[in-house]
Design a binder for this molecule. Structure first.
Ligand code: HEC
Length: 379
């Protein structure tokens, strides 16, 4: 039988032919030349059962830990599907959700019947991971995508960011678009998803969906009193970065809340290197639909005091004695804990939701061009 002879050949390789590696027996994580030889061999053997050889298994696991994301890494997992790799494969896919490698890792998880790990992550408190999981499911879950992501998109307990990611992933396939459309036409789509829905459906390649969407959804109007073009059209346009700088400091009011290279007020994140962080499309979304992608550490909180004062802002500090919030004018207010009746994290961004109405389409395109030039040094 092939299996027996293959295994025999391998034990020969392991125990007789090669001298023991100097690292053997220690907790060495380095991949030795011997490991590499074993790996070459087991990959060539058909029907080889990795569980039948502890040394071969150890070599493979060492390799998988040391060479994450390499071609061989994926090949080994696909071939042997070791149960021990699942957790780190989940982490790898989440950390690389926007790269080919992350999507490949997610494909393997579904192939190993471990897609549930990603599905569970969609409801994690870690917003970044939750959104990464949604994005991956959209790429790899195939027919299951709609049944996983449609309920999530409508789950009030999930953040706007996660629900928007679910909508975007659903919007990439026709069956998903049809489901979103159903919610739109029956008036059941949440208001905070309308911007994303308009972008997903108005630009549909399916004519019927695009036409019906135009009857029900409208992108918000700009300063030209025209509705915004769809994101898919905006990202095709090139602007004038120099003119964009001026928009940033004047019509757009961006510098009232953002610092760039030391200038501007510090309510929102410093944007000096934002062009290295966000793609053109993500930049538009950050500006036009800020609540869909609230950046970490910039969540909005609100306080209602016992005597009825309402304050909304970013959390600057919180102790047993008092809480300090910074409002959208950049003013810090400190409230004693004993005066607070309600203290709550908000789902929306402190950044205004309707900045497009201050800008013409050309100004917006120039503004985005400018923000994309704000890169890390040497990048
Ligand atoms: C009233 C204050 C305010 C104004 C005005 C404002 N922003 Fe913001 N902005 C914020 C806050 C707060 C955040 C962080 C929360 C979030 O991500 O939504 C933010 C986030 C961002 C982000 C995402 C940053 C990141 O690290 O992901 C970008 C890009 C951005 N703003 C660009 C702009 C531009 C361009 C303008 C002008 C058109 C502008 N903002 C106007 C407050 C403001």
């Amino acid at each position: 039988m092939r299996l027996v002879s293959a295994t025999t050949a391998l034990s020969y390789l392991l125990f007789i032919f090669l001298p023991p590696s100097p690292l053997q027996g220690q907790e060495a994580e380095e991949v030795t030349p011997k490991d590499k030889l074993i790996i070459e061999t087991v990959l060539r053997l058909q029907n080889f059962d990795l569980e039948s050889s502890a040394p071969a298994k150890a070599a493979v696991m060492r390799y998988l830990r040391a060479e994450q994301g390499s071609e061989r890494y994926f090949e080994l997992i696909e071939r042997f599907q070791p149960a021990e790799i699942v957790e780190s494969l989940v982490q790898y896919s989440l950390a690389n959700a926007s790269e080919t490698g992350g999507v490949r890792a997610a494909e393997l998880l579904f192939a190993m019947d471990k897609g549930d790990y990603l599905v569970e992550t969609t409801t994690s408190d870690n917003e970044t991971n939750a959104r990464a999981a949604v994005q991956l499911i959209g790429h790899v879950a195939g027919k299951q995508t709609v049944s996983i992501l449609l309920p999530l998109m409508q789950n009030d307990a999930a953040s706007v960011g996660v629900r928007t990611s679910a909508l975007k992933a659903l919007g990439k396939r026709l069956t998903g678009q049809q489901q979103i459309m159903k919610l739109v036409t029956t008036g059941n789509l949440a208001d905070d998803l309308k911007f994303a829905a308009a972008n997903a459906l108005l630009g549909s390649t399916n004519k019927e969906i695009a036409t019906t969407a135009a009857k029900h959804l409208e992108l918000p109007a700009t300063a030209d009193s025209q509705p915004l073009p769809a994101l898919s059209a905006l990202v095709q346009r090139k602007g004038d970065a120099k003119a964009g700088l001026k928009v940033f400091q004047t019509a757009g009011t961006c510098n009232k809340c953002h610092k760039v290279r030391g200038e501007g007020r510090e309510v929102g994140p410093d944007l000096s290197e934002i062009g290295s962080k966000l793609s053109r499309e993500a930049m538009y979304v950050s500006i036009l639909d800020p609540s869909a992608a609230v950046s970490h550490n910039f969540e909005t909180y609100s306080i209602l005091t016992l005597d009825g004062l309402a304050i909304t802002g970013l959390l600057i500090s919180q102790t047993d004695k008092a809480v300090t919030l910074r409002n959208s004018e950049g003013i810090d207010k400190t409230i004693d804990q004993e005066d607070i009746e309600i203290f709550k994290k908000q789902k929306t961004s402190l950044m205004p939701q309707d900045l497009q109405k201050l800008l013409t389409v050309d100004q917006l395109v120039n503004l985005v061009e400018y923000t994309l030039t704000l890169k890390k040094p040497g990048n």
